[in-house]
Write a protein that binds this ligand. Structure first.
Ligand code: ATP
Ligand code: MG
Length: 381
């Protein structure tokens, strides 16, 4: 008999986990997601849905009672509540790992205690701490909310002393940390997995291009030397060996101007920079996550074909129902998430452009440039 999988969050990540879960009916008989938006993306592909806030204790308890395993697609869940329902369902990754990762300060403290390289950082409890921190790190520096940040919304770059007060007030009441600004050469990431038996695998290093703080494009593999990619992979392996819990993790890193690798942050879940694996790799990150939490042997992480993933984001200056994106081209795989409303910068879908024989990454970049126009959202006619 297959297991019942509960997922906290039923957005695009929950959707793609559900789709891969449906391909393994012997292992997973049903998926139930907890999400506040009726008919969320995961529900549209066959998951049952509990409509409630991600932090609703009663709803999480209900999910645990109805599920054998609980996982999540967002890291903002209440780790104490999750811990309290562990008697009813196995939770992967573990609530303890979630507790550490979801607080950027605890996460960075944990990493540096394990000798994993990160940017210099300190805890900020008062404006005096902030003055002292800036004295130490110099300008610019990043003031960051410790929790519940996404798409760069929890970050404030302080360029000079005149901005200190404004930056501090911007976060009123939130727990904060200050981080040294890293003038990086490239942002890269590793999708890593650990199964419940302790087996660890890491996908090859990919390159991430952000625009306005949001991931726009992932280039797989990253355009770096073998030495650098091996080094980054080693850091990912070490990180996975100290983190407890099963599942897929997205490890975001900076490649500095001195060719050093620093971890920026870890997501305890499948990650946008791993969407290319749907077409580029032998095992998608979603299937890998399921294999990891079910205790199955992990699948191959081989990158079979160079691929670029391009995020389809809601166009600027427009909110509302949008005309469906239509584009068809050889080796282009479009995935829309079933969100009815477009909002500026909202992640509505992505496409994977896979290299043909003899095609280079530069060829793929050129192709993406040519189709960008067709990926704008416009009001529904
Ligand atoms: P996400 O965009 O992954 O949801 P987030 O909101 O949690 O992330 P971070 O990943 O901490 O925020 O930062 C967002 C982006 O800001 C990074 O991808 C990077 O481009 C930039 N950034 C963050 N920290 C630093 C730093 N110390 N130095 C330079 N740039 C940084
Ligand atoms: Mg990030």
């Amino acid at each position: 008999m297959g297991k019942i999988l509960g997922i906290i969050g039923g957005g695009q990540l929950g959707m793609m986990i559900t789709e891969d879960a449906k391909k393994m009916p012997e292992q997973i008989s049903k998926v139930i997601v907890l999400d506040p938006t009726p008919n969320c993306p995961a529900a549209q592909v066959g998951a049952e849905q509990i409509i409630a806030d991600f932090k609703d204790k009663k709803a999480i308890e209900e999910l645990a009672e109805r599920s054998d395993i609980i996982t999540y697609e967002i890291e903002s869940g209440d780790s104490d509540v999750l811990k309290s329902v562990e008697v009813n369902a196995e939770i992967d990754p573990s609530p303890e790992t979630l507790r550490i990762i979801q607080d950027k300060f605890l996460q960075k403290t944990f990493l540096s205690e394990n000798n994993i390289p990160v940017a210099d950082f300190i805890q900020i409890d008062s404006i005096e701490d902030l003055y002292a921190g800036l004295e130490k790190f110099g300008y610019p520096a990043l003031l960051k909310a410790r929790r519940d940040a996404y798409d760069g919304r929890g970050n404030y770059k302080i360029d000079n002393p005149d901005e200190i007060k404004k930056a501090f007030d911007y976060f009123k009441g939130q727990k904060l940390m200050l981080e040294k600004f890293i003038p990086f050469k490239m942002e890269v990431s590793v999708i890593a997995a650990r199964n419940t038996k302790g087996e660890i695998k890491t996908y090859p290093l990919v390159e991430n291009i952000h625009e306005k703080n949001i991931l726009r494009q992932t280039i797989a593999p990253a355009r770096v030397s073998e030495e650098i990619s091996n080094h980054a992979e080693k850091i990912a392996q070490t990180t996975m060996s100290v983190l407890k819990g099963a599942g897929v993790f997205g490890i975001e890193m900076f490649l500095t101007n001195e060719n050093k690798i620093l971890i920026n942050e870890i997501a305890p879940r499948v990650h946008n920079s791993g969407h290319h694996t749907l077409q580029s790799s032998e095992t998608s990150q979603f299937e890998q996550h399921l294999r990891a939490i079910l205790g199955l042997e992990l699948g191959s992480v081989k990158l079979v074909k160079p691929t670029i993933m391009y995020n389809i984001l809601g166009s600027a200056g427009f909110e509302g129902e949008y005309t469906p994106i239509e584009i068809s081209q050889e080796n282009l795989f479009l995935k829309m998430y079933g969100k009815k409303i477009s909002k500026p910068q909202r992640k509505l879908g992505h496409l994977n452009l896979v290299a043909k024989e003899n095609e280079s990454i530069d060829d793929l970049i050129e192709k993406i440039e040519k189709i960008k126009e067709k990926l704008q959202t416009t009001p529904l006619q």
